[in-house]
Design a protein around this ligand. Structure first.
Ligand code: G3P
Ligand code: MG
Length: 239
């Protein structure tokens, strides 16, 4: 169990202060005192899990086309920003383990690849973090993927991720044996917060890039937040 969860998670590695979903971003988060980092994981066409957010390469790299149709040989030759390569998940996971960072591994399958992505990522996470004092937290918008992660690596904690938390979320939460509820800060209702509080479920919100908004969310009872603006929350993240 990665409990208790830190309050601050660096979003997509180093947020907006480094190329997203890169090892440079993860290292920056540590240098700034962050104890937790979130990143997104998808499969290449060779079935290798890599850190990337979009299903296509255009926004974050100098490549083009679908990640799930791109070979490792091509993916790892691309520039993901400032000369940084797209990282292998295995390397990012080992780095987090070495640095003592809590990793929120967001399983981000390309459409149609939910089950395979979850299987590969959960298996690799279990391998890399076996015996580690700080264990990762797996999350996904895909409930199918989380169910596979639960079956493949039941010992790893899971967070259920919703853009908008649906009524009756507790049923999915229970089936998936999750430990945390993750959602968009902009859509989080007080009703959901009260339901989570009643069950002692920590609520984590993305993406909080404003000090006043963070203060309001904390006052409402949110447990943790993902931020792109690592610079704004350095003191709190290191506390
Ligand atoms: O896991 C929290 C957050 O990263 C979800 O949104 O689109 O940034 O992956 P996204
Ligand atoms: Mg994410």
């Amino acid at each position: 169990m990665p409990m208790p969860l830190p309050r601050w998670f660096a979003h997509r590695g180093g947020g907006s202060l480094a190329p997203e979903n890169t090892l440079a971003g993860i290292r920056l988060a540590v240098r700034l005192g962050y104890r937790a980092v979130e990143f997104d994981v998808m499969l290449s066409s060779d079935g290798t899990p890599v850190l990337i957010h979009d299903e296509t390469l255009e926004r974050t790299t100098n490549g083009s086309g679908a990640v799930c149709d791109t070979s490792d040989a091509l993916l790892f030759s691309l520039d993901a920003g400032c000369g940084e390569p797209i990282p292998r998940f295995a390397d990012a996971a080992r780095l987090c383990r070495e640095l003592g960072l809590l990793a929120n591994v967001e399983i981000k399958p390309a459409t149609g690849h939910e089950l395979r992505t979850a299987e590969v990522v959960a298996r690799m996470a279990a391998d890399v973090w076996r015996g580690a004092p700080i264990q990762p937290l797996l999350s996904s918008f895909s409930l199918e993927a989380l169910a596979v992660a639960r079956d493949v690596a039941p010992q790893l904690s899971r967070g259920v991720l919703f853009e908008v938390v649906p009524s009756g979320w507790q049923a999915d939460f229970d089936v998936l044996q999750a430990v945390s509820l993750h959602t968009d800060a902009l859509t989080l209702s007080d009703d959901v917060l009260a339901e989570a509080r009643a069950r002692d479920v920590p609520v984590l919100c993305y993406t909080v890039n404003d000090v006043a908004a963070a203060d309001r969310l904390l006052a409402r009872g949110v447990s943790g937040m993902f931020t792109d603006r690592l610079d704004l929350f350095v003191a709190q993240a290191a506390a």
